[in-house]
Every structure is written in structure tokens, then in C-alpha cells.
Design a protein around this ligand. Sequence first.
Ligand SMILES: [Zn+2]
Length: 255
Amino acid sequence: MLLRALAVSVLLVLGLGGTASAERVDVARTAPAGDLSGKVVVLDPGHQLGNASHPTQINRLVTAGPTRKPCNTTGTSTNGGYPEATFNWQVARLVAKALRERGVRVIMTRHSNSRSAWGPCVDVRGRAGNKIHADLKVSIHADGSLSPGARGFHVIAPARIEGWTDDIAAPSLRLARTLRAALVRADLPRANYIAGGDGLDVRGDLGTLNLSDVPVAMVELGNMRNATEARRMTSAQGRRGYARALVKGIVRALR
Ligand SMILES: [Zn+2]
């Protein structure tokens, strides 16, 4: 739609003649519809595959905002053993690729998914993007609820904590709502086991959110212990669906 509008304006300017026409054509060529160059997004694929084999490292306490918390956790898995760390990583890579194709500069908080690696800790994840004033940060996770029938996604926004998140709470909530809308539009069900049932949660205990100086939201894309969602998460097509929805939400938020 934007491309068509640009083309129309180019035609109009060309029709009027004069030197302005060349400039308009240039703008149309260098700024196609969907171009988001100059935008910076941090993607945080939750956990790391080797966290389970590095208990000393990941149990070390780090700053998580007003409290201290373990560096990280192992994450969950499907009942069949497909690890959350791998799911988060695979979805984040798809999202990163799609955003980069739109001109976005993407920064990942980890660069491997390896049994021999651990971390980074939540304080590092929480501060990622602060120095370079990233436009936004999305932390990608999946949940592991054992409640019977528990299913669906939810998006977590940081609670407003004076001195920590008071500067980002409002734009982060907007980001969380935008991501939720994109996931709903992709026909993904809202979590039926999170208070409110509206697919949105606000938490003050997460270092990844509390330490951020840029708008941030965490997505729990589904419940890995639910058979239907496990099937979706373990299939390449299913992961592409999650990634497409996240990209739409992120692009909307960047605009
Ligand atoms: Zn997780």
C-alpha cells in the first residue's frame, strides 16, 4: 500500500515536471515500503542448551532489579524432550532473518545453541541494547505448565518499579499489547492458565525486564507440555508461524 502511494506521488511529481521529480524518484528507490533501516531490535532467545550441565554457573546470584536471582535456569522442554532453549533459538533466528531483510539491525543476546555453552545471565540479557539505545527488545520463551489442559501463549510486560522500570513500563506495555495482537491474529490461543486469561501478564521479578532501559516484552509462545502446542513447536512449519506473528508485531511496534 505504501509502495503504491509512493509510486502515485512519483507520477504526480513527474507530471508536474521540474527538478523535484528526480529527488522524488530517488526517495522511492532508496526507501521502499517496509524499509526499517536505522531501527535496532534486540532478540533474546531464552536460556541456553548447556545450562543444565553448568549448575554452578547458572545458579550464581546476579542483579535482577531490586532483588538478586540466579544467573539463569535450564528452561523447560516438551514431554518428548525437545528443549525450550532450542525452540527459542530456532524461532529467534527466523525472526532475526526476517527483520534483517527489512533493514533492521538485529542484536542477539546469544550466538549459539550448544550443550557446551551456558548463559548469558539475566542481568546481561536485561541490559542488552541499553548502551546503543535499541528501539525495543523481545525475549523469546515457551512455558512448561503441568496443569491439566494448560495451553496458549502469554506476553509479559515489566511491572512499574520506581528507579528501575518507571521509564520503560508504559512503552513496554504498549509493545506487549502489540505482540499479543499479532499472536492473536495468527490464531494462536491466549493462555488459559494465566490470571485474567487475556494473554497478558505484568511481572516485577524478571531481571531480563527490570534491567532494560529500552521497551521490552517477554513472550511465552505456548505451553511445551501441551501435546497440541508441542506438535506445533517441534515442526518447522509451526515455528515459522510463531516467527511470522512475532515479526508482524515487531514491525508494527517499530512503526
Ligand atoms: Zn523460558
